[in-house]
Design a protein around this ligand. Structure first.
Ligand SMILES: [Zn+2]
Length: 296
């Protein structure tokens, strides 16, 4: 999934595969397991602060500030505050809204990205998470739109926010899955992360970025799609978003949360929980999502 159209926008905003279990992160034996293990060359900063969701430690190379026009710390802090508002204005369980994570973030330049990157050279993920809350961000991939040249600083900051919302969404889904996390499949984890990203972007007034995901779903969703064969293409991210949105559209967020509760209590896969909650076969679910996508 090298740079394609989406590289420009969501590519950066979305991602990453590592959604649910750390074992899902394609690994190299020398890949640091924790953000604080990543070696940062040159001048770097290390900072801790409190958020509505627990403490957050962030490390960044001073040079990575060049991409965003300001230190990444400010963008992270603003994004976490916005994510908290997005959660609180929706009917997420109180326990979740008051969860305390132990966030650990690192921002990497080109060299550190190359040393740390757990994906193939053909990929260009701007960030990835090792649940519950370890987040690796490639300032280089975001700031250069995946090697396509330096972005304007404001654009780079907006794309960084989308990326952070997406990873935040992964952390939330991880909590929703609870002990059933081993049941997780990539399509719904990426779908939920994309869905949360769209909510937070919209809440934040960054509608054009949210629209990119929706328009991507409108153009790419076909009801013959098999989510179990999620490949990680840009289009699959868009389609996965539409799957989650179709549930919320039909039953509200409470319906989506009941799907996760079923997964937790019964240890069943996501699609079976959808069938129990909404009465949809997989085919019906795809038709619902296709119909909804045409309205985006
Ligand atoms: Zn992701």
């Amino acid at each position: 999934m090298i740079a394609s159209v989406r590289t420009s926008l969501v590519f950066l905003s979305a991602f990453l595969m590592a959604s649910v279990a750390s074992t899902q992160v394609p690994g190299r034996s020398d890949t640091p397991k924790k953000p604080h293990e990543v070696q940062l060359a040159g001048a770097s900063r290390d900072f801790n602060f409190s958020t509505a969701f627990g403490g957050l430690r962030i490390r960044w190379q001073v040079a990575s500030s060049d991409y965003f026009g300001r230190e990444p710390y400010y963008v992270v802090k603003e994004s976490w505050e916005q994510a908290a508002r997005s959660l609180s204005r929706r009917q997420f369980p109180a326990a979740l809204r008051s969860s305390s994570f132990d966030w650990n973030l690192v921002f990497m330049d080109e060299a550190a990205t190359a040393r740390t990157y757990p994906f193939g050279a053909q990929d260009c993920h701007p960030a990835w998470i090792r649940p519950p809350a370890d987040i690796f961000v490639s300032a280089f991939y975001i700031g250069t739109a995946c090697r396509h040249g330096l972005l304007p600083e404001q654009e780079a900051r907006n794309r960084l926010k989308g990326t952070l919302y997406h990873e935040f969404g992964h952390a939330i889904e991880y909590q929703l899955l609870g002990d059933a996390v081993k049941q997780a499949e990539r399509y719904h984890s990426e779908g939920f992360a994309e869905w949360f990203e769209v909510q937070a972007l919209s809440d934040h007034g960054l509608n054009q970025y949210a629209s990119t995901i929706k328009q991507g779903a409108r153009k790419s969703f076909v009801e013959t799609w098999d989510p179990k064969r999620f490949t990680g293409s840009n289009e699959d991210y868009y389609r996965a978003y539409a799957l989650i949105e179709s549930i919320v559209k039909k039953r509200g967020l409470s319906g989506l949360l009941r799907v996760y509760t079923l997964i937790q209590r019964q240890g069943i896969p996501f699609d079976q929980a959808v069938s129990k909650e909404l009465g949809w076969t997989t085919g019906q679910w795809m038709r619902e999502a296709a119909q909804l996508s045409r309205q985006f």
